[in-house]
Design a protein around this ligand. Sequence first.
Ligand SMILES: Cc1cc2nc3c(=O)[nH]c(=O)nc-3n(C[C@H](O)[C@H](O)[C@H](O)COP(=O)(O)O)c2cc1C
Length: 326
Amino acid sequence: MKKILAIDAVGCLVDIKGNINKSISKILKKIDNKKIVLTNADDKEKKIFLKNISYESFSLKHKPNKTNPKYYKKFLTKYKLQPNEIIYIEHDIRAVKSARLNGILTHHFDGNIKNIKNFLNSFLNKKQNFPKKKELNFHYYPHHPVVIGASNGKKVNFMPCVWNSGMSYEPFLYGVSVRKERYTNQILKKSRFFSINFLDFKDVNLIRSLGRSSGKLINKTKEFKIGYSNGYFSNVPILSKAYLSFECKKKFTKTYGTHTLFVGKVELIHTDNKISNKSILDISKVSPTLYLGADHYVSLNKKTLKNLKKIPFHKSYSARNIKLIT
Ligand SMILES: Cc1cc2nc3c(=O)[nH]c(=O)nc-3n(C[C@H](O)[C@H](O)[C@H](O)COP(=O)(O)O)c2cc1C
């Protein structure tokens, strides 16, 4: 079913004398969704405010007004609508708040017609969903997975982790977010060090294998014949196949919902010779792996590389120039 467009009367579609706001009316005419005008007007007021409006209207005649969330509850009940079946444009911020309290997606009209257009364009061209429990959304990928290497003294374990990020230049901090139930989480909680390894797309199957098996039940290094060496700064396992590895000293541990963020200070960087003479990755030699979610992987298309270095920064940009080794 197409969503219903609810719209405020006085202050939005009409003025206090009932004159139509032509700009808004023009925009609404282009949209063929059903429209309902939401008003507080009693019968006498309706004769003035709604005299030029052809859309059907809903009012509780001030009992209560739209500033009271019960107004919208009654409106939804009368039309047998779920909040996600309508969108709404309203000028009074207090009414906007009470509509939103009922879960109605509401645009606050502050006189800016362009913003109404943008709101309606977004409504027509995009889908709005509230995140649901147990429903995963991966549209924000691709992102590169790293492989975390860790040891509990008895067993060496590797786990891919797509929720990873650089966190600070100085000190050089890198974070990985690991679900509480993972075997790797147990190890990292007790370890002082861990490694972070970046793999080329040619090793994508290894990433897949490590991410769909658990060190709790097997020894992954034996099962997948993984070549690794011990770190030089610490004893962390470093994947031999990695084109880049960090030896990290654990600095911060914090749990957010389902995951624990482990932030490590990068103490030593191992870079494959073929990429070591440049600050940025030479993608003619290395093809980083990107993860799309749900066991889908992609790599970079080298032809898309765009170098914008020669374009000067905007005058508002006060950061130091970035030191690059080229
Ligand atoms: C490409 C890829 C990326 C993943 N990213 C994460 C992640 O960011 N955080 C996480 O907790 N699990 C992630 N996983 C799931 C773990 O890698 C997976 O549960 C693994 O079996 C855990 O290994 P372990 O039990 O030996 O610790 C990912 C899996 C794959 C295949």
